[in-house]
Design a protein around this ligand. Sequence first.
Ligand code: SF4
Length: 311
Amino acid sequence: MKQRLVYGPVPSRRLGRSLGVDLVPLKVCSYDCIYCQLGRTKQRTIERKPYIPAKEILVQVREKLEEGVDADYITLAGSGEPTLNTEIGPLIHEIKELTQIPVAVLTNGSLLGSRQVRESLIEADAVLPSLDAHDEEGFQTINRPHPEIRLEAVLEGLSKFRQEYPGQIWLEVFILDGINATPTDATHFKHWIEKVNPQKVHVNTAVRPPAETYARRVPLQEMTTFCNIIGEQAEVIAPFKGTERHERGADIEEDFLNILARRPCTLDDISSALNVHRNEILKHIEPLVKNGSIAIVSDGSVAHYQLKKPR
Ligand code: SF4
């Protein structure tokens, strides 16, 4: 069976309806973040190579486009750190030849110190890097990076990228209760964010089940205070709300299983992504919960559906 590399569109709190594209196998990453919704990193690496050849990915992107997919962004992200794939530059170029849908790249930013990596992202419409720590200790605690990566180099890479890249940079700061979310933390972040100078700062927290249970979400009020300190380009990422509903004909079960293969989702997430009523999703999902294929996990406030075995 061919590996599915393109999935969704899935609901994204930052990008609307986002057609996800995997560039590396689950989960190849330079970090092992304590909040990662994909679980712990299986292969923590900084080795760049064509983990999945651009040619293979493009076949599936083309198929989706031919089906008439309706997406706000084609998002290169998926199951790990996409800039580890050396073919990301040609892939962005080819996708832009195929469609007017803007291309976004979700990256942890750890490799932006490399000129090749920065150049490979030049044609993207938006790059969404992360910055979750303002000092080395926090970096090691939260992101658990590959031993050769230092925060100072990541910050330098981000600043260089800002100077060279003409598109949108939307920086994500992921804050966690008791770890990096105080007003003092916000003041330290502000210092670095001013140097990177992104168009937007998205302040996020653990709304999906994290890799480590001690990575706890921050209450909304504290997130708002945090944003106010960072400045007017900062916003709390609001929970996703689908704006339009469209007809769709594909197999519902297959589609939501593909979404859950990437990350746990609430019923509303799945409903918005597939433009299918919640009750219709429930009809399909309940037997799978009963037979043990899907688990319901809760972080105390919201229930998420999660695949028990990877697909
Ligand atoms: S959150 Fe992103 S950067 Fe962190 S471990 Fe998961 S995939 Fe890697």
